[in-house]
Structures are given as C-alpha cells and as structure tokens.
Design a protein around this ligand. Structure first.
Ligand code: HEM
Length: 160
C-alpha cells in the first residue's frame, strides 16, 4: 500500500516537473544575433568557402546556398555583406542604392520589396540575425524610439 502511494506521488511529481520544463522551454526567448555594419561586411562572399550574408529590411539572411547569384563575380555580389533594402526594392545595382535607406521609395517599390522579402528571402534563406542599426543607436545604446510595428512594411513578429 505504501509502495502504491509512493508510486502515485512519484508520478505526480514527474508530471509536474515535465510541465514546468515545458513552460520554461516555451517561454525561453531565442537568442538574437545583431550585426554591426563592419561585421556584416565580413560575409561579402569575397573568399571561396566563406559564408555569405545579406540583410533586407534589417533582417540578416544566410544566402550562401545562392552562391550562383551572390558569390564572388556572381551577378548580385554587390548586394551582399550589407543591408541592400533599397537596391532590392528598386531592382537596382547602382552603388547609391546599396543601402537600408527607404526614403522616397514609391508605393509600388515598397510592395515589390515586401514581395521579394517574403517570396525569395524568407522563403529560401535562413535568418541569422538583425542589423544592429535597426535596433541600436550609433553609440550602441538601445534606440528607445525604435518601434518596429510603427514602421511601414515592417513586421518583426513572424520573422523567426
Ligand atoms: C537584365 C536584368 C536582369 C535579369 C535578366 C535578371 C534575371 C534574373 C533571374 C532569371 C532570376 C531568377 C533566378 C532563379 O530563381 O533561378 C533573378 C533573381 C534575382 N534577381 Fe535578377 N535579373 C536582372 C536584374 C536584376 C537587378 C538589377 C537586380 C537588383 C537588385 C536583381 C535582383 C535579383 C534578386 C535579388 C534575385 C533573387 C535571387 C535569389 O533567389 O536569391 N536582378 N534575376
């Protein structure tokens, strides 16, 4: 009888511990890697065998598997190692457009940006982090004015 009671207690304890672990696992935030401009630049595909990263809308993607587009001497190599949001929105490889600046883009360009962001980058390439400039001030302190939800064509909630 005592053994049976002990068994019941043991089962209850095991279930409680498992639930606790589940809750902890669910609520543990995923670590997010932030890339400074200099750091992102290291992934520009200039060396064979190197990982290739590029950012669109401040989201850093690992585009290594698209080496035929982004690798050394490939047609879109200019886009990598940086945030190329403007270039992607305008379908331009003009050096002046190789920036995260979206000032003055037309509604149509912003729509095109979203569709390439979703249909190509998010669909095809793993996300490895965010650009620091999206979230931090130049001195590295948190940008308290940064509100992703207030920015046009910008959704942080389902990026991971
Ligand atoms: C004569 C002009 C162009 C032609 C003929 C062309 C052709 C193509 C083709 C055929 C693809 C699809 C490849 C595939 O999925 O297998 C592609 C993808 C792409 N193109 Fe272009 N393109 C041109 C200009 C540009 C320019 C100026 C940009 C500037 C940003 C650009 C950016 C891209 C990007 C970002 C992709 C997606 C690559 C990926 O899947 O990761 N293209 N292009």
């Amino acid at each position: 009888m005592a053994t049976a009671r002990f068994c019941v207690l043991f089962i209850i304890l095991a279930v409680a511990l498992a639930e606790d672990a589940k809750v902890k696992h669910k609520t543990a935030p995923k670590p997010v890697r932030l890339f400074t401009e200099e750091e992102l630049q290291r992934y520009d595909g200039s060396e064979e065998g190197q990982l290739i990263y590029m950012a669109v809308k401040g989201v850093v993607f690992d585009v290594t598997k698209g080496k035929e587009f982004y690798g050394k001497d490939a047609p879109y190599n200019a886009l990598v190692g940086k945030d190329s949001t403007r270039a992607v929105a305008k379908m331009s490889l003009d050096p002046a457009d190789l920036t995260s600046d979206t000032t003055g883009l037309t509604e149509e360009q912003l729509k095109s940006l979203d569709s390439i962001f979703e249909g190509t980058y998010k669909a095809k390439y793993p996300i490895v982090g965010y650009t620091a400039s999206r979230i931090l001030n130049e001195d590295g302190s948190p940008n308290k004015d940064f509100k992703p939800e207030d920015q046009p064509h910008f959704q942080i909630k389902d990026e991971f």
